[in-house]
Write a protein of this length. Structure first.
Length: 377
């Protein structure tokens, strides 16, 4: 599951307030020029005019607030924090400033502090959807998925629209191992925005985990039609097809995956396995040889699988070598002992065959008990 990027909703409100009185005309003019700069995305210019606004009227709340949001937007978090705090000193009920402080601490990855300020917003404004949504994302960052789900549900009930909030909620359900609720969430995200296609592939992964291979196949077919140049969907679709015993079609998907990403470890493993099941042992052996050149793979298991290919080809010398390597990498790999016992038997090395069978049984390969009379007579 990805891997998931979440976007913090930083809503920058630029408030325009007019004031009467001779001493405030200058501040109003500066404020209006700042707004013009903001509309042109001239943030540096806007800051200059907000500075002048505040010099002309040092309790101009909206100027502090707008300037704080610009500083936050361009990454000046400490200056933004000071301006938001000034807003609160001018008006302790100004809940937008608390939201801003939450966003500042979120950007600093101080998620507990961010949650504290978002909570203050919801206390003052219980239907503030942005505070609920941002608090949900902050809870996700701290791996408090139950609390995150509650926050996202509040955000949705307060009117939050768009796919992201439903997607984030689905991810939290998945983290809590509630796969069925995750499926509902990904479905809702896609219903909100049919361009949010990552919901489809995440739902497909959920179906795969539930062994609902036909449902996974439908989602993956749809995703591949929309994104034909991505490797992983072909790999996932191949897994579904392997489980549905459609091996030739699975091999075709895995070949496409490997054309796009030649070193895709999962696709190489499954392609080798499928070729073995189709009795294409030379192809399977070559694929396992390639896998062994890739760092991070399970070397012991790969040697064992390649050994099985050699065994199927009656190449006992290379089979024996690979089973030796498998055991050297993992001395408790029971199946490797069992398979090596079979090679020893074929080479009429009965004592070695019996010893390996006993080691297989000792390491948990209970199926080996049925072979004691054959290999240890």
């Amino acid at each position: 599951m990805e891997n998931t990027k979440t976007a913090l909703l930083i809503c920058i409100f630029f408030l325009f307030l007019s004031f009467s009185g001779n001493g405030q005309n200058e501040a109003n003019e500066h404020f209006a020029k700042a707004i013009e700069c903001v509309n042109k995305k001239d943030f540096a210019g806007a800051i200059v005019w907000y500075d002048k606004t505040i010099l002309a009227k040092n309790d101009f709340l909206s100027a502090y607030y707008n300037r704080a949001n610009i500083h936050l937007h361009i990454g000046n978090t400490q200056t933004a924090l000071q301006d938001f705090q000034t807003c609160i000193s001018l008006d302790s009920d100004y809940h937008k400033a608390y939201l801003g402080l939450g966003n500042v601490y979120f950007s600093k990855q101080s998620y507990s502090e961010a949650i504290s300020y978002y909570s203050k917003v919801t206390e003052k404004d219980p239907v503030n959807e942005k505070a609920w949504n941002n608090m949900g994302i902050a809870f996700m960052k701290t791996e408090k998925y139950h609390e995150a789900i509650g926050s996202f549900e509040k955000a949705i009930s307060c009117g939050t629209k768009g796919a992201q909030v439903f997607y984030n909620k689905a991810v939290c359900h998945l983290k809590n191992k509630d796969t069925f609720s995750a499926i509902s969430g990904f479905t809702a995200a896609y219903s909100e925005d049919n361009k949010y296609t990552k919901s489809i592939i995440e739902r497909a992964k959920c179906y795969l985990s539930l062994q609902k291979y036909n449902e996974a196949l439908q989602d993956l077919n749809q995703y591949i039609r929309l994104h034909p140049n991505e490797a992983e969907p072909y790999h996932l679709r191949a897994i579904s097809k392997i489980q549905l015993q459609d091996l030739n079609s699975a091999v075709s998907d895995l070949s496409i995956c490997l054309d796009i990403q030649p070193d895709h470890p999962g696709a190489l493993q499954n392609q080798a396995m499928a070729q073995y099941q189709l009795k294409n042992y030379p192809k399977a052996q070559l694929l396992y040889s390639k896998i062994l050149t890739i760092e991070g793979n399970n070397q012991a298991n790969t040697y064992m699988q390649r050994g099985l290919c050699y065994l199927a080809l009656d190449d006992y010398k290379n089979a024996l070598r690979d089973f030796d390597e498998a055991i050297a990498h993992d001395p408790k790999l029971a199946e490797a002992y069992f398979n090596r016992a079979n090679v020893h038997k074929k080479l009429e090395q009965d004592k070695k065959a019996c010893n390996d069978l006993q080691m297989a049984i000792k390491n948990g390969y209970r199926q080996g008990l049925a072979y004691e009379n054959i290999l240890c007579d």
